[in-house]
Design a protein around this ligand. Structure first.
Ligand code: GLU
Length: 287
């Protein structure tokens, strides 16, 4: 068994991250397997080196050890570009030149385009540009690359994934619409990078929060399109704060750094989290 914990270095880790890391670590170590860390630093404008160091220090404080050096997404850009090329060759992605304002204006709906699990659903404006026009504009206009969701689903057929401990789940990526897979300032989206990395790292079990179930619909589709192996998934309950809402990076009181500063024992906290016991005021909920 090989599991991973994949923090984005855009803020401090909190109890929710600790819960996820503890479950993934425990699953691997309990089975005599490996536990890897991946730094999801694909978003160069929001990622900070100080958060990388602080996250690793938090994991050590929890007593979680990992195998090898942490993998960095920023070192893997060539792999993401190659996968995008494969999809481009098969005509499953297209360049999109729309700005946010264009997307909002292309619909007469008063609140802009409807939202899907990955944000606003793209209305499809650039999907039908001719190949010649697309190629001409790619040369000198800012653009992103979108997955042609309908063609991708038609090409992949019906898909399932193994949700550990439950029946197989049907993957239903259609609700995301034509998602962005790459843009100039972020050479691969979370969906593309995460799918490729999990396979390249040899992850057998992806253990992560249930807020990412809808993302797994897309990851399963990308695996099928790119001929990649599918890990087993386990989506766990989310840690909620005293207000009943899922923790966010801005909830400073729940950050591992502040718990540590307040004198908490990291290893004891990890042992409690493993058993689903949370500090007073916090709870676990399925979204
Ligand atoms: N970096 C992502 C996050 O922190 C990882 C999600 C995942 O486990 O795939 O949300």
């Amino acid at each position: 068994m090989l599991t991973r914990f994949a923090p984005s270095p855009t803020g401090a880790l909190h109890l929710g991250h600790a819960y996820s890391a503890v479950l993934a670590h425990h699953a691997a170590r309990g089975a005599g397997g490996r536990f890897l860390i991946r730094i999801d630093d694909i978003d160069g404008s929001r990622s900070r080196e100080e958060h990388v160091a602080a996250s690793l220090a938090d994991l050590m404080w929890l007593g979680l050890d990992w195998d090898g050096e942490p993998v960095r997404q920023s070192d893997r850009l060539a792999h993401y570009a190659a996968a995008l090329d494969t999809l481009r060759t098969r005509g499953l992605v297209y360049p999109c030149f729309c700005t946010r304002a264009d997307i909002a204006a292309s619909l007469s709906a008063p609140h802009g385009p409807p939202n899907g699990p990955s944000g606003a659903i793209y209305p499809g404006t650039c999907r039908n540009l001719s190949a010649t026009e697309g190629a001409r504009r790619v040369a000198d206009e800012p653009h992103c690359w979108r997955l042609d969701m309908a063609s991708a689903i038609a090409s992949a057929g019906a898909l399932m994934w193994d949700e550990a401990g439950q029946a197989m789940r049907a993957a239903d990526p259609a609700a995301h619409g034509d998602i962005v897979l790459a843009r100039k300032d972020a050479p691969a989206s979370y969906h593309l990078a995460s799918t490729l990395d999990d396979v390249a790292m040899g992850v057998t079990h992806v253990i992560r929060g249930a807020d990412l179930i809808a993302s797994t619909d897309v990851h399963r589709l990308l695996q099928a399109l790119l001929g990649l192996a599918t890990p087993v998934y386990r989506h766990h309950a989310l840690v909620c704060g005293p207000d009943g809402k899922r923790l966010a990076k801005r909830d400073a009181a729940a950050s591992l750094a502040s718990l540590r500063a307040a004198g908490a024992d990291g290893r004891a906290l990890a042992a409690d989290l493993r058993e689903g016991r949370l500090p007073a005021g916090y709870s676990l909920r399925m979204p």
